[in-house]
Design a protein around this ligand. Structure first.
Ligand code: GH3
Ligand code: MG
Ligand code: MG
Ligand code: MG
Length: 312
């Protein structure tokens, strides 16, 4: 085994166990050939139509898709286009496998975002080698995305991701005329907590608060980021003020329920958070930074009116 193979298998083991492969072909015999080429080293899932393939990608995203082009109903090109235009599936590499391998088709497939194009009849050893190459690249780019966009201490998104995502959500909200809610969250008396229980315990508490906020947000589009030292920000797309206020109050309650001892807190004796909530409503003047400023001002008000509460 070469060094790069060793490091790749280590990466596979640490992140995924057996990689998940989705084979899509309307001819059961072709699916069978692929199954035999990959069963053993991979978890192989199969679909015999484009619609079925999309359903599997949505419910149980594979690490790579081997995709037939010509199928009755939704063809492979349409499936690829749909996968690439959806946030949750755009990072799944797609390899087209087709008998219609003229240059125009191949160029079209690659322009839709596929990573490779393989001609039928397939040579199993060649397909295996190409799949392995693309999976290696996929896992490396997954790792890079995690390093770039996740906070190293808490595992929630980091400030860099927030700064990238918030303007996107703001623009989407403007375009759709939908509300956009923003929560700024700050741990109460956290300096005293560090002084009393130590920095290590402080780090553990921040991890727990981050995890509690993350699990407390229910919609897939909601996201939490570590905004600064002991501050978090939650973006709630398409969420009206009244609903966001209930969520904010629930998050406050859930952190309190973790019962992290804090005998130096004037709110305590457990750790609490304060939250500021601001919502963009249709046709209201202002911009993204103004919404952040408003949420910050309301957080400040939560601090000044007793902490351990949400103010909107
Ligand atoms: P308030 O209720 O007004 O928010 O008071 P506070 O003590 O929480 O606010 P202050 O801004 O005075 O203190 C924040 C503290 O958070 C100070 C800093 O050392 C601590 N902190 C920031 N990042 C980390 C971290 O990553 N780990 C730990 N353990 N502490 C951190
Ligand atoms: Mg076909
Ligand atoms: Mg603070
Ligand atoms: Mg604080």
């Amino acid at each position: 085994m070469t060094d790069s193979e060793t490091s790749v298998s280590a990466l596979l083991d640490s992140t995924h166990g057996k990689p998940k492969l989705l084979v899509v072909d309307d001819q059961p015999i072709n699916v069978q050939v692929m199954y035999q080429a990959f069963a053993g080293d991979y978890q192989v899932f199969m679909a015999t139509s484009g619609e079925q393939a999309l359903a599997i990608c949505e419910s149980n995203p594979p690490d790579l898709v081997l995709l037939d082009v010509v199928m009755p109903g939704m063809d492979g090109f349409a499936v690829c286009e749909k996968l690439k235009s959806t946030d949750a599936t755009r990072h799944i590499p797609v390899i087209f496998v087709t008998a219609h391998n003229d240059p125009a088709q191949e160029t079209h497939g690659l322009s839709l975002g596929a990573v490779d194009f393989i001609a039928k009849p397939v040579n199993p050893a060649v397909v295996r080698a190409r799949v392995k190459t693309h999976l290696t690249l996929k896992f490396q780019s997954d790792l890079l995305r995690r390093l770039v966009f996740l906070d190293g201490l808490t595992g929630v998104f980091n400030r860099r991701y927030f700064d990238q995502q918030f303007p996107i959500e703001w623009a989407r909200s403007m375009r759709n005329g939908s509300p956009l809610s923003l929560l700024l969250v700050d741990v109460d008396f956290f300096k005293r907590y560090n002084d009393r229980y130590g920095h290590q315990a402080g780090d553990d508490a921040l991890r727990l608060v981050g995890a509690t906020l993350k699990s407390g947000l229910r919609r897939p589009a909601d996201m939490v980021a570590r905004y600064g030292g002991e501050e978090f920000a939650c973006i709630l797309p398409d969420t009206a003020f009244e609903d966001a206020l209930l969520i904010a109050q629930d998050l406050e309650h859930q952190v309190r329920q973790k019962k992290i001892p804090h005998d130096q807190s004037s709110v305590g004796p457990v750790m609490t958070i304060s939250l500021g909530l601001a919502t963009r409503i249709a046709d209201a003047p202002g911009d993204g930074p103004a919404l952040i400023g408003l949420a910050d001002a309301l957080l400040y008000r939560a601090k000044n009116t007793g902490r351990g509460r949400a103010v909107g």
